[in-house]
Design a binder for this molecule. Structure first.
Ligand code: GLU
Length: 470
């Protein structure tokens, strides 16, 4: 059975690149009818933070990525110790007593010679007695994995193809730090093996770690899983996507009010596309159905924020129901201090949901439907004074008070009446009403606004303007 995992380190917010890794790993597991594991890699005690773990879980939940098993590495110390002992016993690992200063000297030496640094292997052949002696003296030590000389580790990556790395590129590496904490390359192998992971899907920045991990798998007698290393995501300037490119955390998009399904859909298309199709909008269920690792592109994908924004808009306009848009939008509107009544919002959305791409954009866009208080700039007040606005608004008010138009047809009829009676141009009527009711000349359809706004709001706004012009 296929089993994949996502293994974030809680040292920051979930980055878009990691979210895409989670999505691919998840989709592949679901597509194969397998299991998906979430493992929090929090062995770096200094940099790991509970807040980050909480935020990552929240983001995954928001994206609709559910897991079958959950682990936290900080709770698995005993398990790791057991396997360190195994490696020490079999001679595949050894204690290294070299001090920081000694290692630093080795590093500088390599730098001077212009060669890549690798550990000299000074503690490789300490006798049992020497080790005991040094330990008795209380000297601090790390534990290193004994890398077989000269070997080339080869694996067939499911995305990147054939990869061969000579172990001389790295040499004996540390698997337990001097404070007793095991390192990433070691624990990842123990966990992936014990959890039965069949496919390791992760970013290509981990390719240099893979041969080290394969050596450990073999030394412990574990089956080596298959690897799928995903290409990086680039910004529009073709450099690796980073903070410099603006919002790069899932949290930022969640808080901005992007549609979560759109982010999921968009990230999935960064480096994957369905065979023989240029279709772009897919539900999660459809993606589960068709997603295959073999369709992942091995070259980097470029992140395009405008495209993501567009896709979020498509979900608002065409994919989500009005009820669903309303349900998700309400918290944003309430946060902005609007008093929202759900039935009214749904009616507003029927006419306006094609006018915004995110929920935070909707907060601005829909303001005239919810907020009676607004400033009218002097230039607009000036315009009202230049037009026959006083007459128009008085006429409008008296008609509305008698019978408020209920739909855009009735609004248009009302405008015609005023036009005939006062002999003014239609443009003058619409501009006047727009400024009086919204404070500006841009924004939502004014006929829609008049049809939907409660009578009380219409009168209040009109009367306030009538008081200010003559
Ligand atoms: N904790 C590692 C990271 O966040 C995961 C590496 C892996 O998937 O093996 O980069």
């Amino acid at each position: 059975m296929v089993k994949t995992r996502f293994a974030p380190s809680p040292t920051g917010f979930l980055h878009l690149g990691n979210a895409r890794t989670a999505i691919f790993s998840y989709l592949f597991a679901r597509h194969s009818g397998g299991k998906f594991v979430l493992r929090i890699e929090d062995t770096d005690r200094e940099r790991s933070k509970v807040e980050y773990e909480e935020a990552i879980l929240k983001d995954l939940d928001w994206l609709g990525i559910e897991w079958d098993e959950f682990y936290r590495q900080s709770e698995r110390g005993d398990t790791y110790r057991e396997f360190v002992d195994k490696l020490l016993e079999s001679g595949n690992a050894y204690p290294c007593f070299c001090t920081q200063e000694e290692l630093q000297r080795e590093r500088e030496e390599a730098q001077r010679k212009g060669v890549a640094y690798r550990y000299s292997g000074r503690c490789r052949s300490l006798s049992k007695k020497e080790v005991e002696e040094l330990r008795r003296e209380g000297k601090s030590f790390t534990i290193r994995f004994r890398v077989p000389d000269g070997e080339t580790v080869v694996f067939e990556d499911l995305v990147k193809g054939h990869i061969a790395i000579n172990v001389d590129d790295f040499g004996d590496f540390v698997i337990v730090r001097s404070d007793g904490s095991p390192t990433y390359n070691f624990v990842v192998v123990v966990d992936d093996a014990l959890m039965g992971i069949t496919h390791v899907v992760r970013g290509e920045d981990h390719i240099p770690n893979t041969p080290k991990q394969i050596l450990i798998y073999k030394a412990l007698g574990f089956d080596v899983p298959k690897f799928a290393h995903l290409p990086v995501i680039l910004g529009e300037d073709r450099s690796k996507l980073s903070k410099r490119h603006g919002g790069v955390s899932v949290k930022a998009y969640r808080e901005e009010g992007y549609v979560s399904e759109a982010l999921f859909n968009y990230l999935c298309l960064l480096g994957w596309s369905p065979p023989n199709s240029d279709r772009e909008i897919f539900s999660k269920e459809e993606l589960v159905e068709i997603f295959e690792l073999k369709d992942i592109n091995s070259s980097p994908a470029v992140f395009n924020r405008d495209k993501l924004l567009w896709m979020s808009g498509v979900y608002i306009r065409e994919v989500l129901s009005v009820e669903e848009v309303a349900r998700r939008l309400i918290p944003f509107l309430r946060d902005a201090g609007y008093r929202v009544e759900e039935e009214y919002l749904k009616r507003v959305l029927e006419f306006t949901r094609d006018s915004f791409d995110t929920f935070s954009e909707a907060v601005e866009r829909l303001k005239p439907f919810f907020v009676d208080e607004f400033e009218i700039e002097d230039k607009f007040l000036g315009m009202l004074e230049d037009m026959k606005s006083y007459e128009i608004l008085s006429e409008f008010l008296s008609i509305v008070e008698e019978s408020k138009p209920q739909n855009t047809e009735e609004v248009k009829k009302l405008a015609k009446e005023i036009q005939k009676k006062l002999k003014v141009k239609p443009k003058e009527i619409w501009h006047t009403l727009r400024i009086a009711l919204t404070g500006s000349l841009e924004g939502v359809g004014i006929d829609i606004l008049i049809a939907l706004l409660p009578k009380g709001s219409l009168s209040l706004r009109i009367k306030r303007v009538l008081d200010r012009i003559s």
